[in-house]
Design a protein. Structure first.
Length: 206
């Protein structure tokens, strides 16, 4: 069974929405037209939000797996492999969503594309993740200038891990504040309900 793409789902939602609004206009019922517009807005916005969230989750997974990818590249280079063969060697390892990009780079190298062009294209595809885009740019500059690529990759990998740890710590702290705010809101609602049920009836009796 062929899987629908995000674009097909989005276009399908627009098509269904257009049909619903058109039916409402044909029957000349204001209520139907209003409901059609509301449902159409929901049908259009839902795929957009879904696609954006899906893309966000994919890039977050790539950012989490990227340091492991760099570590494996470093091990392959230390074993005597050049960078292009090290990239091709990592295609055997599972990096989740990042594996798709690793396979794409490996295929490009096998077709004869130079490593610098492969990395440039990879950085372009990672524009939504400033962290990875910047890391690739640093590695690329080191590779083109003939610098110590292993040392550069180690530094980049360490910085990526540090940023991930800081981000997780920040997220955990914010989650605690969110829980506290929800607790305060629930307590406030409970107090309001208690006042309405217990105190106000007492004053009504006077």
């Amino acid at each position: 069974m062929k899987k629908l793409t995000d674009t097909q789902i989005f276009l399908g939602s627009i098509g269904i929405s257009a049909v619903m609004i058109l039916i409402g206009i044909i029957v000349r019922d204001a209520g139907i037209v209003g409901n059609a517009i509301i449902l159409s807005t929901f049908l259009i916005l839902t795929p957009i939000l879904f696609v954006r969230y899906k893309t966000y989750r994919e890039f977050k997974e790539i950012e989490e797996k990227f340091p492991n990818f760099l570590r494996d590249l470093i091990e392959s280079i230390r074993a005597g492999l050049p960078l292009h063969k090290a990239i091709m060697n990592t295609r055997k390892i599972n990096y989740g969503t990042l594996s798709r990009e690793v396979n794409k780079m490996s295929n490009q190298i096998s077709w004869g594309l130079s490593v610098d062009k492969v990395l440039i294209q990879f950085a372009d595809r990672m524009k939504s993740s400033k962290r990875i885009n910047a890391a690739i740019q640093v590695i690329l500059e080191s590779y083109l200038s003939g610098g110590n690529v292993i040392s550069t990759m180690e530094t980049v990998a360490d910085s990526q891990i540090l940023l991930l740890d800081v981000e997780k710590e920040k997220s955990a702290t914010l989650n605690q504040y969110v829980i506290v705010m929800y607790a305060i809101a629930l307590i406030f609602i409970g107090i309001v309900v208690a006042i309405n049920k217990l105190i106000i009836p007492i004053f009504d009796n006077f």
